[in-house]
Design a protein around this ligand. Structure first.
Ligand SMILES: *Cc1c(COP(=O)(O)O)cnc(C)c1O
Length: 453
């Protein structure tokens, strides 16, 4: 199995050829899912005692499995949050895969960790955090939020122990009703309570509302979470005022910017993030709006020691790593073994420079504004909310959920676009999440026009 022979050289070339062909598509085929029974009838039992062989397995993937797998980097993929990696980041992901780098410790992964840390430092400095800020790339925003909140509670607990104060009956954190579902999941895992603070009519969380929630929350609040770009609408909470309220109450201030925080890099949206420099921690997903492949979330702490104290795992087999002053990425989140998943972003940033990122994000903002204006001026479409970033939510007058569903199915069947219906306050709507620089205004207009066919 390990011997390099002609067959394996041929397979290697075939795999590279597959990757090359995939990257040469512009755009890639959108593709669409199939029921399991259909896939089984085409693919059959693929795990066998003697193996199918590499060429046959690759062929099976290319012919059967890949076409049943949606390309999230297709410019017509507009649902949820798409993933539109730069070519440089995709290429480097291949190198990471070929390299077997252990990204959990400095001892094993120093060069890779150094590069990842430069990216994290750059993000921290864009956010206005001190140069001592740092963190780790984790699998996704869900794990990033959980890890930050675990660190926040750990710190609150330690402070009570130090002050000789009793522990609260229930630990709690405050966030808005528009906050991402991962916060509810984190609260469940941590067995803590969520105190919901009300948003204003545009879905934005304000400082006054956080202060009210805090006043009625009772004992045990350890953090306030603001969202910098809600997933549904791309609304950025009032970070400045919320951060102020959190600080005055001596609470940890976490900013969930999984999707939207990237827009701090663009001139026209930068000011929305005023107050981000008050954060004790923030997250942003490179696989969302920083043009990197799945899966990566940058988790940054103002004081990385808060993360390290909460997350370092101890064990006889680990002490050689943890009993040193080295920077070990595993110590800063709920993880141990890790792929250096920040490297594809590092390579692309190092290649293109930051200015190219600012411009790409700005171009997504521009397309979002253009299509919003188009919708506002249309006689048959209505914006649900005026977008702040690159998510545009709208309704078609007279349409029921079934109309949106039929339209969505038609677009996918034609390989044109992936726009699944969404809803707000029980009303169905359609939503464009624009993070792919190849998504054009003209293309979106064509998609809107297809509603009238
Ligand atoms: C997507 C998202 C998350 C979760 O991130 P994953 O990478 O999907 O785990 C958390 N918060 C917000 C605001 C998001 O948009």
């Amino acid at each position: 199995m390990h011997k390099v022979n002609d067959a394996s050289v041929e397979l290697r070339e075939k795999v590279f050829e597959y990757a090359r062909t995939r990257m040469n598509f512009s755009p890639p085929p959108l593709d669409s899912p199939l029921p399991e029974a259909d896939l089984f009838s085409k693919a059959g039992q693929t795990i066998t005692e003697s193996g199918l062989g590499g060429l046959a397995s690759l062929d099976l993937f290319g012919q059967v499995l890949a076409p049943a797998t949606i390309s999230t980097d297709h410019p017509g993929y507009l649902s949820f949050i798409p993933c539109a990696p730069t070519e440089a980041s995709k290429l480097f992901d291949l190198i990471v895969s070929a390299s077997a780098i252990y990204g959990g410790s400095w001892m094993e992964g120093a060069g890779a960790v150094f590069a990842e840390n430069q990216v994290l430092s750059w993000l921290a400095s864009e956010a206005g955090l001190p140069v001592t800020a740092g963190g780790v790339f984790v699998q996704g925003g869900t794990l990033g939020n959980l890890s930050a909140l675990v660190a926040a509670r750990h710190k609150a607990k330690a402070a009570r122990v130090l002050a000789g104060k009793a522990m609260p009956q229930t630990w709690k954190f405050i966030c808005s009703s528009e906050a991402h579902s991962s916060l509810k999941a984190a609260a469940a895992v941590m067995d803590v309570e969520i105190i919901k603070a009300a948003v204003d009519s545009n879905g934005k969380l304000r400082g006054t509302s956080v202060a009210e929630a805090l006043a009625g929350a009772g004992d045990g609040v350890f953090a306030v979470v603001a969202t910098a770009g809600t997933t549904n609408f791309g609304i950025v909470d009032d970070l400045d005022a919320i951060g102020q309220v959190a600080k005055q109450a001596g609470l940890w201030f976490h900013v969930d910017g999984a999707y939207g925080l990237a827009a701090m890099l663009a001139e026209s949206t930068k000011s929305l993030f005023k107050g981000l420099d008050r954060a004790d921690s923030f997250i942003v997903d490179p696989h969302k709006w920083l043009y990197a492949p799945f899966d990566a979330c940058a988790l940054v702490y103002r004081d990385p020691e808060d993360g390290r104290k909460a997350h370092t795992q101890h064990g006889e087999y680990l002490d050689i790593l943890t009993e040193t002053g080295d920077w070990n990425p595993s110590d800063y989140a709920y993880n141990l073994t890790r792929r250096p998943r920040g490297l594809p972003l590092w390579f692309s940033l190092a290649t293109h420079g930051v200015a190219a990122y600012r411009e790409a994000i700005e171009s997504n903002n521009r397309v979002a504004r253009q299509i919003s204006t188009f919708i506002e001026q249309s006689d048959t479409l209505d914006l649900v909310r005026k977008p702040e970033l690159s998510v545009v939510v709208f309704t078609k007058r007279g349409w029921q959920l079934a109309d949106y569903e039929a339209w969505s199915a038609k677009l996918l069947a034609r390989g044109e676009a992936f726009v699944v219906p969404s809803s707000h306050l029980g009303q169905p709507n359609a939503r464009f999440a624009i993070v792919n620089p190849q998504t054009t205004f003209e293309q979106l207009v064509a998609i809107l026009n297809s509603m009238d066919e």
